[in-house]
Design a binder for this molecule. Structure first.
Ligand code: KG4
Ligand code: ZN
Length: 357
């Protein structure tokens, strides 16, 4: 595969990721150290702990990625690193690590937007994966990114060219999964736990509200979260548990039904808006990314919708939807090829946007 060979580093949130990527597509190695177990007891990310864990794991991640890729520093064309959006302390660990490597080995540095990484994960190929069997996204396309901190629908007419069609006006989709997961006593992170619980639902007719936000492509999940709180409280009363008694869990059957109802609402809104954006803009493909894109229900629904539209849906395997270094290498390669280089004064940008409206 031609194109630059990049070392890429991700540390914006709660996963430390280091990867070696060739030509913006081929993964030579991709190592992720997850902090899920570290943050599970508090039910959410503690920024100070996250930054310390990145410090602890970034060198072992590099060592493993380096050994896995079997490359030499002379082969590396650049170092791509996430510089925002994300947690300032966490971002700084990756940025300073990348700067030190760039300076010591005299290799160019490329700053990458984490959200662009989630989009470009759609271009990745696993080691040994046949290029012919994994379609490359075709422009113009609609990219829907649903993560723990961000949710947006954008149109891309070409590489690195975004027109933001809609964003969440309050919670991100993943944040809603995490909050409702906690409400249902399912632990952290809520997304995978809700998916698993929902798969066990026998009754699938509970209807949670949908916030359609008129004709806009904007999204809102805070009303759904409030409705979930009320629905869960009612279910507690119906099961003879005090509405305020958060210690006694709901029955497994009710938990599964409510998890299903919540997931159904999020998936319906995300899929409906993505499809409308694709139809209206004449998109030739749809790209789905971000942690919530790992959700089986969302993947299946959008795959069916895209088939009806007769355009391909490109969604990375679940491990490449959640945060990882490979996606930063995929986006970084496009930035590298367009001539972008970061200087050694590259700073963390916790609120870095993908694009202006
Ligand atoms: O993209 P990501 O790894 O980190 C951020 O950039 O935020 O996304 C993490 C989010 C979490 O909120 C998590 O609950 C959600 O992705 N998530 C899922 C699933 N797997 C992860 N949500 C729904 N279903 C899943 N299978
Ligand atoms: Zn992310």
């Amino acid at each position: 595969m031609s194109g630059p060979l990049l070392l890429s580093i991700e540390s914006s949130c709660d996963e430390t990721g280091v990867a070696v990527i060739e030509g913006g597509r081929r993964i030579l190695s991709n190592v992720v150290a997850s902090q899920v177990a570290l943050h599970a007891p508090t039910g959410g990310i503690v920024p100070e702990l996250a930054a310390r864990a990145h410090l602890r794991w970034i060198v072992p991640c590099l060592d493993e990625a380096w050994a896995g890729a079997a490359v030499d520093w002379r082969d590396i064309d650049g170092i791509a690193v996430t510089y925002g959006p994300g947690l300032a302390g966490s971002l700084l660990v990756g940025i300073n690590f990348a700067k030190a490597l760039s300076w010591v080995h005299d290799v160019p540095l490329i700053g990458v937007n984490h959200l662009e990484g989630h989009v470009y994960a759609a271009w990745l190929l696993d080691p040994g994966e046949d290029e012919a069997t994994r379609q490359e996204p075709i422009f113009p396309l609609i990219a829907t990114v649903v993560s723990g901190g961000h949710t947006f629908i954008a149109e891309m007419t070409d590489h690195l060219t975004y027109r933001l069609l809609g964003t969440t006006v309050d919670d991100a989709a993943g944040e809603a999964f995490d909050k409702v997961g906690r409400l249902l006593g399912l632990g952290y992170p809520g997304g995978p736990a809700i998916q698993k619980a929902a798969e066990g639902a026998t009754r699938r007719d509970v209807r949670f509200p949908r916030a359609w936000m008129g004709d806009s492509y904007d999204l809102s999940f805070s009303g759904l979260k409030t409705a979930a709180r009320r629905i869960v409280a009612d279910a507690r009363v119906a099961e003879g548990i005090g509405a305020d008694d958060t210690e006694t869990p709901l029955s497994e059957a009710t938990t599964a039904e409510l998890a299903w109802g919540f997931q159904d609402s999020v998936v319906d809104v995300l899929a409906t808006k993505t499809v409308r954006a694709a139809k209206t803009s004449g998109a030739r493909s749809i790209v789905l990314g971000g942690g919530v894109a790992a959700n089986r229900c969302l993947r299946e629904r959008l795959a069916a919708d895209a088939e009806e539209l007769r355009i391909p849906l490109i969604v990375p395997r679940p491990g490449l939807c959640t945060d990882n270094g490979a996606m930063i290498g995929a986006a970084g390669a496009r930035r590298f090829e367009s001539g972008e280089r970061a200087r050694l004064d590259l700073d963390a940008r916790p609120s870095l946007p993908l694009a202006k409206r």
